[in-house]
Design a protein around this ligand. Sequence first.
Ligand code: UT7
Length: 319
Amino acid sequence: MTLRSVIKGTGSALPARRVDNAELAARVDTSDEWIVARTGIRSRYIAGEGETTATLAVDACRKALEAAGLQPADIGLIVLATATPDQTFPASATKVQAMLGIDDCIAFDVAAVCTGFLYALSVADSMLRCGSAKRALVIGSETFSRILDWEDRTTCVLFGDGAGALVLEAEDGDSGILATRLHADGRHSCLLYVDGGPSTTGTVGKLRMKGPEVFRHAVVNLAKVLGEVLDDIGLSAADVDWVVPHQANARILDATAKKLGLPPEKVIVTVDRHANTSAASVPLALDVAVRDGRIKRGELIVLEAMGGGFTWGAAALRY
Ligand code: UT7
């Protein structure tokens, strides 16, 4: 028997306010036609007063715990992936811990931007398998609306806010996380970054991106890393039941699936409704597809993401 990290429950949360493309077109020089044609995005959710990365994360965690039939006190580890923490410190994971009413557990944030959830999942999986805890909450939560330049039409139409969470439990068996692969190449940090920070400008800063360059790297890196995790488990694209990708652009999803020879029907797409929610996008999309009944127990799922750094990664799991 092999000890694996098994998904016991999933949950997600979105802010109350939905913003469609027409509303943005009234604010910057863009159009619904351009946004849909170039990205596939039709709407996004934007956090309002009182909605933060930590509050969205807590909502997602409560739903994941309920789906798992567990209580907050059953959790020994919280790993929260975010590039938009409530504060520079303490880690938003500790705010989540306090809001859930967990007296003592391991809790920390992971910063790998849009790949953050894959990094968090891989770290939590390693910690569970080496016995640091029995059960973990692994979260991706973001409020990217707060670091957008709302005058910059090349970025402000692309992102949204939200959170997704998984309950993982270490268990002997064949189900669970089978392999993870993580990468980073810091030479490309100037293509996708925030122009501020506590140690440089002393400000929070705004997101800046050279979209077409990021696009080109994304398709190559994502197809490659998905091939790597499948090689690790000795399976091929034909064995995959579902791909749950980072939701940056419908054209990236199509191009990556095509490169791997995966039919588009096997790709979970939520970018049309949620836009790019950075570290939240993979667990949000996973929760949507679990709850609408597409993803079923026993199926082979691959997750992938790519983002600022550059960072990129993938995971293969038997749900
Ligand atoms: O999550 C992290 C990973 N991020 C990504 O993977 C994002 C990757 N990049 C992309 O998804 C795409 O590159 C974008 C959606 C960001 C941009 O699409 P594109 O097809 O690469 O467009 P472009 O940047 O080459 O711009 C084409 C034209 C430009 O006008 P000119 O110079 O041809 O006259 C832009 O100024 O579209 C213009 N444009 C817009 N027009 C209307 C750029 N943004 C907009 C806009 N509305 N919002």
